[in-house]
Design a binder for this molecule. Sequence first.
Ligand code: GLA
Length: 713
Amino acid sequence: MAEIIYDTASLAWIFQMEASTYCMRLNEEQTSLQHIYWGARVDTTVAREMALAWKTYFMSFESTAGNSREEFAPWGEMRFNEPALKVAYADGTRGIEWRFQAHGIEQEQGSQTLWLRFADQVYPLQVTLYYRIHTGHDVLERWVRLENNGADAPIMLEQAFSADWQLPRRERYRMTYLHGRWGKETQVTETLLAPGKFVLESRRGTTSHQFNPWVAFDADASATEEQGELWSAGLAWSGSWKIVAETTPYGTLHCVGGVNDFDFRYRLDAGTRLDLPAFVGLYASGGFGALSRQWHRYQRARVLPAELESVRPILYNSWEATAFAVNERNQMELAEKAAALGIEVFVMDDGWFGERAHDRAGLGDWTVNRTKFPRGLNPLIERVNALGMRFGLWVEPEMVNPDSDLYRAHPDWVYHFHNRKRTESRNQLVLNLARPDVRDWMFSTLDTLLSEHNIEFIKWDMNRSISEPGWPAESAGNPERVWLAHVQNLYWVFDALRRKHPNVAFESCSGGGGRIDLGILSRVEQVWTSDNTDALDRLRIQEGFSYAYTPRAMMCWVTDCPNYLTGRSVPLRYRFHVAMAGSLGIGGDLSHWTPEELEQARGFIETYKRVRPIVQNGKLYRLRSPRSGQVTASQYAAQDGSEVVIFAWGHSQQFGERLIMLQLCGLEVDAHYVEGVSGRSYTGSYLMRYGLEAKLVGDFDSQMFHLVRADRL
Ligand code: GLA
């Protein structure tokens, strides 16, 4: 059971989680919160001993405050490392001197939350640090509430991060993170950290394709896929963010992060408060594999919206087939074909609204294009429903094309500076969602769309970064708050829509994987992983995704060859096997698929329906990485261990590299497992020690195995 213990003797709080312990304490003066321990589970008495053994290291030529390992460092006194909070008071004083005020522990179903309140000793700034743990997890969720309890003067926040993670004292750390770009998201990357700062960030107003707000640390680069300790953290924020991993000259590593402080100023008015997003930490022993499995389990249990259904449905998406040229006839034809394959949700992508014949017009005008759909959307939706599928629709509500009725009516609704150009990207501008009128317009537009049609799935896109983030009407006030307010209002619209339309599932898309983070994942069922649907490229994108996020939320389409981005052609079977490793969708132009291809597809979809509970809700073991050789392989095991699914994908063939034995993981040694196609029975011990033989012939061959424990046959 998750438990938070307060020990008065050592002034320490001890968090006992599933297999880990976290401990921190106040200094004697109660002016600083000191990190004590984060790692494998120890007895509460041992944690208490550690807290009692804590002492400050006084160095006359050094800063004591700055070199102690604080849980949350307010800038002030002799602090020179990256702080967590920096403020300016109205009278010109900058810097904080705070003191502990109070604490409390709150219980909810399966979780406990500790709050610790600190207050500036002179000014009415109150800072509450929150720590929440959940039974069955090794996850610690941290966030902060800032309050101005004064009567008149505002407090200017200049830097307001969510948490500072202190890593155990070790020789040297490696940091693993996910970087990328459009069409090449979530690439696993690593670096050894030396004294200095390593900064990951987005200044784009959205999570970004370039870096994902997720990191993992291991000492001396010693962790492997299946072994070693890891400390990891991820931000629940879909706007500009920053994570700073700082190795101090004394060799200690801390990792502080939250809303980006670049171009950030937030005026905390008297009598108001600000809640900062969570920065979630996770400790795992058992290597990167165990770390990922824990992130996945936590996301399924505690982050993703309460399940509409136990598995994600298989969807069809029209984008690569019909692009902007959607109309009632071609969508109905595609829907017929999709239904015949066993698809469950039919999603019409871009092109259905306003004057949207291309990407130069129409964004903002969310009414159906009557040339393409003379009878409106309902006849198509009814046909889709009659075919036994749900209907889904693409929208990009934060955007506007200058060539749109919305922009002609409200040219002041976009981010801009009055005397600067409005830089277009994909011919579009970003609506100033910080404005209450834009927020309300967005909600009511989408609410109307959902109320007037039987839409059960929304793909919410966001195809450009924010530039020229001005708000002329607010320029005398605090226009920089747009960075925060855009995301707060985006979440507000999502939350309001979900409340009013609880049967609608959402997908987060941002030119592919530009908005994937723990914040958006608490509001959407799934994400569009990447606009790159090339199966070979996908192996790396999906591997990186799986480091941090659950395959259940990872939407993967089978599309046409040659691939529109890479020009590469790979067999349909290979494309299916790659897409079946996550949440399966089809994005090809079914009107051009041959009867044989359609037949093959029907078979794969049927198979996927059998294995998807294991793929989407099971335990993932990455058997072979696409970064290390000619074969990639993944194993998914049902939570109760009764079924196992394995995919093996060969890349380009080099002679002699295809005699492959895959050593499986996590099986019961003495149990028998029967493989579906061959009917052969193996013991767990055989499969884990000797291996399962995969036969891959030629370029881009692939194989899927489905093993069932004999007692379940
Ligand atoms: C983005 C998305 C695509 C598609 C197009 C439509 O690029 O990532 O999947 O929806 O927009 O314009």
